[in-house]
Design a protein around this ligand. Structure first.
Ligand code: COA
Length: 217
């Protein structure tokens, strides 16, 4: 800049906000293909995604709703929708697994954490659309979720699982969660995972944390 005239410098500086507003915001994601070739993308849910989350929950079987919410929730309440789409890694993050159908995104799974004892402990949960289960989607959602949570400073993720939920128990044990008794009774199990530094390095989705830190700086 040393050999530019002061007026030229001032003019180029005045253009910065305009240039910034024209640049596309890069969407962070983790994308892969299922064995049948279907592309699945995991990305952070934002407020505009509330209808996608609601459609996912409304489409679940009774059994999946019960296993996820412990009651046959018909849909997400406005409060839950707001919490799940706030996209603030220091408080709550929902990751959506989406596919494209007729030119539109459809959510086929979601996993979220909510920080319950800042910044160390978060509660997590996950659900996958019945038609998309057993394809590796929940495993990948939880791996990405652990990654973002660790990058946000979360040390441990906790979650409740129905004792009869063998699928979830097998999934959790396969990705390093521990499980023990629950104070509310034998029908529930408490699961938890201590997140390691290496977990916080696994996905580009962890950059949502860097973005958030930058935005409040
Ligand atoms: C539990 C749940 C999230 C699993 O999702 P998913 O996408 O089907 O799981 P994945 O395909 O990633 O499975 C990963 C591993 O979990 C285990 N698993 C998943 N489904 C299973 C089943 N029906 N029976 C036995 N093991 C199962 C397996 O070890 C599997 O690995 P493998 O396929 O290599 O054998 C899904 O069944 C679901 O949404 N259930 C209803 C909601 C719920 O129970 N949420 C948990 C409470 S928060």
């Amino acid at each position: 800049m040393a050999d530019l005239s002061p007026s030229l410098v001032k003019w180029s500086q005045s253009l910065q906000p305009l240039l910034k507003s024209l640049l596309p915001t890069r969407e962070l994601h983790d994308t892969w293909r299922l064995r049948d070739g279907t592309a699945i993308r995991i990305r952070v849910a934002r407020p505009a995604d509330a209808p996608l989350l609601q459609a996912l929950v409304r489409g679940l079987s009774l059994r999946s709703r019960y296993q996820r919410f412990f009651y046959p929730a018909h849909e997400l309440s406005p409060e839950m929708l707001e919490r799940f789409t706030q996209a603030d890694p220091m408080q709550a993050i929902t990751l959506l697994a989406v596919v494209w159908r007729d030119g539109e995104e459809k959510a086929v799974g979601m996993a979220q954490y909510v920080v319950v004892a800042a910044p160390d402990i978060a509660e997590y949960a996950v659900v996958v659309d019945d038609a998309w289960q057993r394809a590796g989607i929940a495993r990948r959602l939880l791996q990405n979720l652990s990654c973002v949570a660790r990058a946000a400073g979360v040390q441990r993720m906790d979650g409740d699982v129905l004792s009869e939920n063998e699928a979830m128990r097998a999934l959790l044990l396969g990705i390093g969660f521990e499980m023990g008794p629950h104070p509310d009774g034998a029908y529930l199990r408490r699961s938890w995972k201590r997140l390691t530094v290496s977990e916080g390095k696994c996905s580009e989705l962890k950059e949502v944390v860097t973005e958030r830190v930058r935005s409040v700086a």
